[in-house]
Ligand binder design. Sequence first.
Ligand code: CDP
Length: 225
Amino acid sequence: MSNNIIVAIDGYSSCGKSTLAKALAKKLHFIYVDSGAMYRAVALYFLRNNVDMADHAHVEEALKNIHLNFHSRDYESHITLNDEEVSEEIRQMPVSEKVSAVAALKEVRREMVKQQQRMGKSKNIVMDGRDIGTAVFPTAPVKLFMTADPKIRAERRYKEIHIKEPDVTLEEVFESLAHRDYADTTRLESPLVRADDAIILDNTELTPEEQLQFALDRVEPLLKS
Ligand code: CDP
């Protein structure tokens, strides 16, 4: 049996999961997997190819034509969609608007979860997303469930995106996050929910260093045992 360590980080949209996951992976020399980037890349493919989400056969066919790969450079995760680097495009509003609907599809989840579980087979990893501690790695030894004040989350995301998309307003970002949280928590397939054994981490008033320390305090004891 493999005894690699998996750290599962779930939580609401834009509450700092990837900042924490990256920092943690860097500090511990674990592999970082941004599961949201996978759903975003699938959503980008669906947008570009007008995939009809109501047509199961079309969705299955599209999934066969999607090849995703991560390339890690200094713990910044870069993703390719059929060999094209799409890391920037998947963060923009058109994809953000579409991704939760795409991620709610059973066929899409089945395929992404299969790929994610494969990545966690033998290596120490930190994976962030919505269903990592509940569906992808239900036996992960460390599970964090992140949350933060919705206004703070919107401000953080706005700062991130308005350099590349100056026309997007703070209100639009706020609405988009609220919409995604609603879609993610109410969908039928693996909704966003805290696993019973996940520790809540509200980072509204925490600095990145403080949240990193919070997580390290939970993972480091496992490395010594
Ligand atoms: O970075 P942010 O918190 O805004 O979102 P993300 O992690 O990039 O995820 C984008 C979307 O993908 C989420 O709103 C979910 O709809 C979906 N997702 C999911 O369903 N399951 C995951 N494990 C990760 C993301």
